[in-house]
Design a protein around this ligand. Structure first.
Ligand SMILES: [Zn+2]
Ligand SMILES: [Zn+2]
Length: 285
């Protein structure tokens, strides 16, 4: 089974420990590769995102760890970059010019207009009460409208490109499935979701299997019911824990690999010596 994680947070953003603590835990679990992917700087300050001023130090710290632990583990510098709109996303020169090993593109915020300020954003990743409040107040109490808006942003992000991996591609259901009227089966959900997957396949971008909620809520992103479809479409995947605490580095990984095998996956993508490669799925250990 692949011993790696490419989606992780640390004290440079909202992760709860220093980068080295995550790395030490990964090494203790026998990991081969570990990637840091702090929440990208935004045009406004949030509790979650790193600030632009810290970027040099972030890259230096990962470089230091790369060298210090080079005999034990491959260390990579990534970033989880927010797609806000066409003016601020992974494809813009600022993110393209950073010396990163890879980039994750994620949608957490939906701007209500072209004013990129925090009070003009709908955050889809916060507590349920806030999410439901936003659907009530800003989307006419109609979950279909929020889902539509979320996948429109995802489509635009994939179209704009500039990243390697789609982060938690159906995160909208984490809170959404609790809102009255939500349905995975309805056409209004299926159509935009499948259109995104088609575009991702066409562009040859990878999709992560995000296990952040696997143990706690039995959820993964994408939802487990879509693994076989990812396989059918030939979309390359890897398993990432999106950990914010060192002891969760390995959380949900084994289960995700079992489910991928059941869905027919024979390989997952791995960053080896700086190149993404397909690695055979072997016996679950
Ligand atoms: Zn995220
Ligand atoms: Zn994340």
């Amino acid at each position: 089974m692949q011993q790696s994680n490419y989606h992780s947070h640390c004290t440079f953003c909202d992760g709860r420990s220093h980068p080295e603590d995550f790395l030490k835990f990964a090494i203790s679990q026998g990991f081969r590769a570990y990637g840091f992917s702090s929440h990208s700087p935004l045009p406004f300050e949030t509790f979650w995102n790193m600030s632009k001023e810290d970027m040099v130090e972030y890259l230096q710290e990962i470089d230091r760890l790369k060298n210090k632990y080079s005999d034990l583990i491959e260390v990579y510098a990534g970033l989880e970059i927010d797609y806000l709109d066409q003016t601020y996303n992974p494809s813009i020169p600022y993110f393209q010019e950073l010396p990163l090993d890879y980039r994750i593109g994620s949608v957490h915020f939906l701007p209500l207009s072209d004013r990129l300020e925090e009070n003009n954003m709908v955050c889809i990743d916060g507590p349920y009460a806030e999410y439901a409040g936003a659907v009530d107040a800003l989307f006419d109490g109609d979950i279909r409208k929020l889902v539509k808006r979320f996948y429109e942003s995802t489509m635009q992000m994939v179209e704009a490109g500039g990243f390697d991996i789609v982060g938690h591609m159906d995160k909208i259901y984490q809170n959404g499935y609790r809102y009255p009227g939500f349905s995975f089966e309805a056409d209004w959900y299926q159509e935009p979701f499948l259109a995104c997957l088609d575009l991702i396949a066409q562009k040859g971008i990878m999709v992560e299997i995000n296990t952040k909620n696997m143990t706690r809520k039995q959820q993964s992103f994408p939802h487990v019911q879509y693994y076989s479809l990812l396989k059918e479409l030939g979309i390359p995947v890897m398993v990432n824990s999106d950990c914010h605490f060192p002891d969760l580095v390995n959380d949900g990984r084994k289960e995700a690999f079992s489910l991928l095998k059941e869905a027919g996956f024979k390989t997952t993508r791995e960053l080896i010596a700086g190149k993404w490669q397909d690695v055979k799925l072997d016996i679950i250990t």
